[in-house]
Design a protein around this ligand. Sequence first.
Ligand code: ADP
Ligand code: MG
Ligand code: MG
Length: 251
Amino acid sequence: KPLLEVRDLTAVIAETKQEILKGVNLVVCEGEVHAIMGKNGSGKSTLSKVLVGHPDYEVTRGSVVFKGENLLDMEPEERSLAGLFMSFQSPVEIPGVNNIDFLNMAYNARRKQLGEPELGPLEFYAYIAPKLDLVNMKIDFLNRNVNEGFSGGERKRNEILQLAVLGADLAILDEIDSGLDVDALRDVAKAVNALLTPKNSVLMITHYRRLLEFIKPTLVHIMEDGRIMKTGDSSLAELLEKKGYAAISAV
Ligand code: ADP
Ligand code: MG
Ligand code: MG
């Protein structure tokens, strides 16, 4: 069953009208894991930002249907409430706000929208504590300010913790592997795998095949100059690593 259907999606930078996405086609079904690979500057992050409704971009053509609804009609908050989650390539620091309060706030906002009662600090603590094991973090991690002084690995783990807390039908993970050593990568991948169900899906963006050894993709897409120019199974990622992008273009 299709969860996300992207048809001929074309988008420009709002300020300059420069076209970055030049007709992207992509269908992600429930329970699938898709990987998007591609050279730096091919438009991978732009695609994920356009999907979550980032104000820097304007859609000029095409459609995006998420869970049967027109995603492009929704505000970014509505997209998130509809079950779309995105991790950011460079997450922001929020000085003076500790991690657990931030997560509690975000979680309560979601519950409020769903008409469910908010969780107080103690209830939320009980909810989140077991999830820390998933990302291999200690309790004191929750009392630190959001992303302040976090190492690269801690930031990534925190993003996955956010995903575990909020839940999502489709999680877009933009370079969750960047700057991670193998141990941290394995932890992050394990957590993502643990969050996968037959119902929800992951769209992961990565430069490296290494991540795909830990999180098995249903399909791999290669992006080039604002389009998906090739789709295949995980062997495509192997070919890419062995032969490079030029060889793939020629296939
Ligand atoms: P990737 O994630 O594949 O490395 P991006 O989507 O970040 O690529 O960028 C694609 C291209 O669009 C790059 O050339 C980048 O410089 C340009 N670009 C994207 N967003 C902006 C922006 N807000 N302002 C100027 N250029 C942008
Ligand atoms: Mg890049
Ligand atoms: Mg990018």
